[in-house]
Design a protein around this ligand. Structure first.
Ligand code: SF4
Length: 703
C-alpha cells in the first residue's frame, strides 16, 4: 500500500535536456514488493518563471537515466584492447603522463578539448581556462558550434551582441504576428507550446516556415513549406513584399539603424516569381505571410536549426533580422527576434570560453585588451595565452590529419554528432590518446583509452542559462553514486597532476561561478551582478546584469543596440542558398529532433520510457517518393550521399515535401544520419550544412 512506502528523499532540480530548463521535483520512495524494497519515483513540475510548472515527456522520465544500470561508476582504462576498471589515481596519472609526453614531442597544440552545450556554466568556463592555462593549447571547441553558431554570429553582426531571445517568454502571447522559421517547438521545446497557444487565443497570426508539416505547423495560420536550403531567399522575398507595400517603418529605420539604402538597392534586383519558384512556395502564400507580419502592429520572428544549420545559415538569419529591423519590430512589448537554442545550456555554454575564438564574457581571444583582462583574472601572463583555434568539425579534420594527437571530450558524443562520420571515426581511431568523461559508454567513449565517470544532473550543482538569457541555479539533489565525480572536479584534478593546481583551487561550483562573474564583468554577457544567493531568492536572473542591485534585462534593445553607435546594422548580401541535387543524388536529406529524444540519444536512449516511444531511427518520406522508389512503409532502406550511407526503416508521410527526406539525429552506428551529411562549412560561423545533403534512397530487400 502507499502507507507502507517510505520516502527516501524529495528534491527540486531542473530537467537536463532542452533550453527551457523546466524545474521539477523528484521524489524517491522505497516500496515493499514481494518482501523487498523497490525504488519508485514521482516526478512533478515545479513552477518557475520560464516553464510555469510544465514538463514534457523527456523531463518526466529524465530520472530514469540517473538510475540506469548502464551508468559508469568508476574509471575505465584500456588494456590489451579492452576497457577495464581502474582507480582515479591511475586514471589521473595516466592522463598527465600521456599528455605531457605527447606535448613534449609534438608541441602544446597536439592536445585538443571538445566540450558541450549541456555542461553547466561553471564547467564550460573551467573547460576554456583548463585548455588555455593547464594545457596551453589553442584547440578547444564544442558541440554548440552545431547548435547556435549561425544565430550567434548573425546577432553579433546585426545587433552588436547575441542573446537567444531579445524578449521574455511571457511576451509571446502579446505579439500580433509570429514567424517560426525552422523551429519545431512542439517536439523540441514542448513546454513552450502553451505560450503560442495562448497567443492564438489572443488572436495572434502564426506563420510556420518548415519543409515538413510538423506538430508546430499544425497550430499555424499559414505554413510555408519551403525547400531545404532556401530560407535566406524566402526571407528576402518576404522583405521585398513588405518594402514594396510601403510597410517599412521609416522612423525606426532612420533613428535606430544603418545600412538601409544598400538593402533597398539590393532588393530592387530580386525577382519575386523566380524566388518563389526556387523556394518551392507559392508566391501568393509568401505575399500573405509578408503582409501579415508587415501589417501587424507587433510581431516576433524566431529561428532555430532548420534555418541555421546550413552553409549559409549565418546569412539566412541576417536576412530574417533585416525583416525585423525594416518593420521596427524589436525593443518593445510583443516584438523581437529569438534564436530558440536547443541544448540545456545552449545559451550559457556559448558565453564563457568554450569556443575556439572566445574568452569568458563573450570576449575575443584575438583582442589584446580582452586577453590582458582575462589573464589578470586567471593570474597568468597574457603572452602565454594561446590564440584562436578552429571549429568543432575542423578539429576533427586536424585529428584526422594527426595535427591533434590527444583529445579530451567532456559532455559530448562527437562521433555521432559531427557530419561526415566516416572521416570523424577514422580520425578518432588514429588518436594516440582519447579521454572521454561521460555518464555512459557512449559511441565515442567506446573508442577511448580512458573513460571517466561523471555525476548526473541531479547529483551536481551549477548554473545554466536558458533560451531567454535567464541564469538559473540547479541545486544538488542527491549524492554522487559510486566513484563518479563532477566534470569541474575532474578538470581541477588533471590540472593538479599537470603542475597547475594552484590556478584551479575551488572547493565547490559556486567558487568557480564567483570567478566567472569577475571574468565576465564588463563583457557582453556580464554576470557580475548575479550570485547564487540571488538565484535562490529570485528564481533566476537575466544577463546582462552588471551590478548586484540591478535586475537584469528580459527585454533587450528598447533604447539602444549594442554597437558603439547604439544602432543596429542592416547587412545585405545575396544568398541563393543550396541547390546541389543531381541525377545520381536527386533528393534532399534534412534532419532534426523528435519528441522522445535529445541530442545523440546517449541519455534518452537509456531511459526505458523514452526508448519505448522511439526505439530505432527512421526516414520520413512522401508517399509519391516512396512509390517512385518502390518503398513500402516500415521496411529497411538505405540512404546514400557522396559521403556515405546509413540504414533505417521507412516511415511514409504526406506531411513532408516530395523532394525531401527527414531523419532524426539521435542514433549512432549504421542508423546515424550523419554518415550521409556533408562537411561543407558556413564561411562566417563554421556551421556544417547539416540540413541539406543530396542523397538517393533504395529499399534493402533480399532478392
Ligand atoms: Fe522542459 Fe525541455 Fe525538459 Fe521538456 S525537455 S521538460 S521542455 S526542459
Amino acid at each position: 500500500t502507499d502507507q507502507a512506502k517510505s520516502r527516501l528523499y524529495v528534491k527540486e532540480t531542473q530537467c537536463p535536456y532542452c533550453s527551457v530548463q523546466c524545474k521539477m521535483s523528484v521524489e524517491e520512495l522505497a516500496a515493499p514488493v514481494a518482501g523487498q524494497k523497490v525504488a519508485e519515483y514521482t516526478v512533478q513540475g515545479v513552477p518557475n518563471k520560464a516553464s510555469q510548472g510544465r514538463l514534457c515527456v523527456k523531463g518526466m522520465n529524465a530520472h530514469q537515466q540517473v538510475f540506469s544500470s548502464e551508468r559508469l561508476m568508476y574509471p575505465l582504462i584500456r588494456r590489451q584492447g579492452e576497457l577495464e576498471p581502474c582507480s582515479w589515481d591511475e586514471a589521473m596519472q595516466t592522463i598527465a603522463d600521456r599528455l605531457q609526453q605527447l606535448q613534449t614531442t609534438y608541441g602544446s597544440d597536439t592536445v585538443g578539448v571538445y566540450g558541450g552545450g549541456s555542461l553547466t556554466n561553471e564547467t564550460a568556463y573551467l573547460l576554456g581556462k583548463f585548455t588555455r592555462v593547464a594545457l596551453g593549447s589553442k584547440y578547444i571547441d564544442y558541440n554548440g558550434r552545431f547548435c547556435m553558431s549561425a544565430a550567434a554570429s548573425a546577432g553579433s553582426k546585426v545587433f552588436g551582441m547575441d542573446r537567444g531571445l531579445t524578449f521574455p517568454l511571457s511576451d509571446i502571447p502579446k505579439a500580433a504576428c509570429i514567424i517560426l522559421a525552422g523551429t519545431n517547438v512542439a517536439e523540441c521545446q514542448p513546454t513552450l507550446l502553451p505560450y503560442f497557444n495562448e497567443a492564438k487565443e489572443n488572436g495572434t497570426f502564426i506563420i510556420v516556415i518548415d519543409p515538413r508539416k510538423t506538430a508546430t505547423a499544425a497550430i499555424a495560420d499559414l505554413h510555408l513549406q519551403v525547400k531545404p536550403g532556401k530560407d535566406a531567399l524566402l526571407a528576402d522575398a518576404m522583405l521585398k513584399v513588405i518594402m514594396d507595400a510601403g510597410l517599412a517603418d521609416s522612423s525606426f529605420v532612420q533613428k535606430r539603424t544603418t545600412g538601409y539604402e544598400q538593402l533597398v538597392q539590393e532588393m530592387e534586383s530580386l525577382n519575386l516569381e523566380q524566388a518563389a519558384k526556387a523556394c518551392g512556395v507559392e508566391l501568393d502564400l509568401i505575399r500573405q505571410a509578408a503582409m501579415a507580419y508587415g501589417e501587424a502592429h507587433t510581431g516576433m520572428i524566431m529561428t532555430a536549426r532548420g534555418v541555421e544549420q546550413q552553409t549559409d545559415g549565418h546569412m539566412a538569419v541576417r536576412h530574417f533580422l533585416n525583416m525585423v529591423l525594416a518593420t521596427g519590430k524589436i525593443g518593445r512589448t510583443g516584438c523581437g527576434y529569438g534564436a530558440i537554442t536547443g541544448q540545456g545550456n545552449g545559451q550559457g555554454g556559448r558565453e564563457h570560453g568554450q569556443k575556439a575564438d572566445q574568452l569568458p564574457g563573450y570576449r575575443s581571444i584575438e583582442n589584446e585588451e580582452d586577453r590582458a583582462y582575462i589573464a589578470s583574472v586567471w593570474g597568468v601572463d597574457p603572452t602565454l595565452l594561446p590564440g584562436k583555434g578552429v571549429s568543432a568539425y575542423e578539429m576533427m579534420e586536424r585529428i584526422y590529419e594527426q595535427d591533434i594527437r590527444a583529445l579530451l571530450v567532456m559532455g559530448s558524443n562527437p562521433i555521432v554528432s559531427n557530419p561526415n562520420v566516416s572521416l570523424v571515426e577514422e580520425g578518432l581511431r588514429k588518436l594516440d590518446f582519447l579521454v572521454v568523461a561521460d555518464m555512459f559508454l557512449s559511441e565515442t567513449a567506446r573508442l577511448a583509452d580512458l573513460v571517466l565517470p561523471v555525476t548526473a544532473y541531479m547529483e551536481n550543482e551549477g548554473t545554466l542559462t536558458n533560451l531567454e538569457g535567464r541564469v538559473l541555479l540547479r541545486e544538488q539533489g542527491r549524492s554522487a553514486p559510486g566513484e563518479t565525480l563532477d566534470d569541474w572536479d575532474i578538470l581541477c584534478r588533471i590540472a593538479e597532476k599537470l603542475g597547475k593546481g594552484s590556478l584551479f583551487q575551488y572547493a565547490k561550483a559556486e567558487d568557480i561561478f564567483n570567478e566567472l562573474r569577475i571574468a565576465s564583468r564588463g563583457g557582453v554577457a556580464d554576470y557580475y551582478g548575479i550570485t547564487y544567493e540571488r538565484l535562490r531568492n529570485e528564481q533566476g536572473v537575466y544577463w546582462p546584469c552588471p551590478s548586484l542591485d540591478e535586475q537584469g534585462e528580459g527585454m533587450l534593445f528598447h533604447e539602444r543596440f549594442a554597437h558603439v553607435d547604439g544602432k543596429a546594422m542592416f547587412t545585405p548580401g545575396a544568398s541563393q542558398g543550396w541547390d546541389d541535387v543531381s541525377e545520381a543524388f536527386p533528393l534532399i536529406l534534412t534532419n532534426g529532433r523528435i519528441l522522445a529524444h535529445y541530442l545523440t540519444g546517449v541519455q534518452t536512449r537509456r531511459s526505458p520510457a523514452l526508448a519505448a516511444r522511439e526505439l530505432e531511427n527512421f526516414v520520413e518520406l512522401h508517399p509519391s517518393t516512396a512509390a517512385r522508389h518502390r518503398i513500402r512503409d516500415g521496411e529497411w532502406v538505405e540512404v546514400q550521399s557522396a559521403y556515405g550511407s546509413f540504414t533505417v526503416r521507412s516511415r511514409i508521410k504526406a506531411s513532408i515535401r516530395e523532394d525531401t527526406l527527414f531523419v532524426p539525429m539521435h542514433w549512432g552506428g549504421i542508423q546515424n544520419v550523419n554518415r550521409a551529411t556533408r562537411p561543407d562549412l558556413d564561411p562566417f560561423c563554421r556551421m556544417p550544412g547539416f540540413k541539406t545533403a543530396a542523397v538517393k534512397i533504395q529499399p534493402l530487400r533480399l532478392v
